[in-house]
Design a protein around this ligand. Structure first.
Ligand SMILES: [Zn+2]
Length: 107
């Protein structure tokens, strides 16, 4: 029996255990998908990866360290999503993550 390192276990729980996805880039987020209710009780925000087109749900605790802006609080995540250039499930190497209001996507 092998024990995974804690970081790997957390990542597996967050992102699922799937094989790496090729990051083709230029995926476009679906605003309707962002407006769906979050599925997990501790989820605070969705993250969309433009590298591979995957959607993730993150808790505030996991999301806040990803955001480069200063002074972002859990309540600031309301009505927004994280737009990432790559994620741990794909082979993109651009670490850019931007906090975007969902209403900016709605016509
Ligand atoms: Zn990705």
């Amino acid at each position: 029996m092998t024990k995974q390192p804690d970081g790997e276990a957390v990542k597996a729980e967050l992102l699922g255990t799937t094989v790496p996805i090729h990051a083709t880039g230029k995926h476009v987020v679906d605003p309707a998908r962002l407006q769906e209710a979050l599925g997990k009780s501790d989820s605070a925000i969705r993250l969309f990866c433009t590298g591979c087109g995957q959607y993730y749900e993150l808790s505030a605790e996991d999301a806040l360290p990803l955001i480069p802006e200063d002074d972002v609080w859990p309540e600031d995540l309301e009505g927004k999503f994280l737009n990432a250039a790559s994620c741990s499930q794909c082979d993109g190497s651009d670490p850019t993550v931007v906090l975007v209001p969902i209403r900016h996507l709605l016509g």
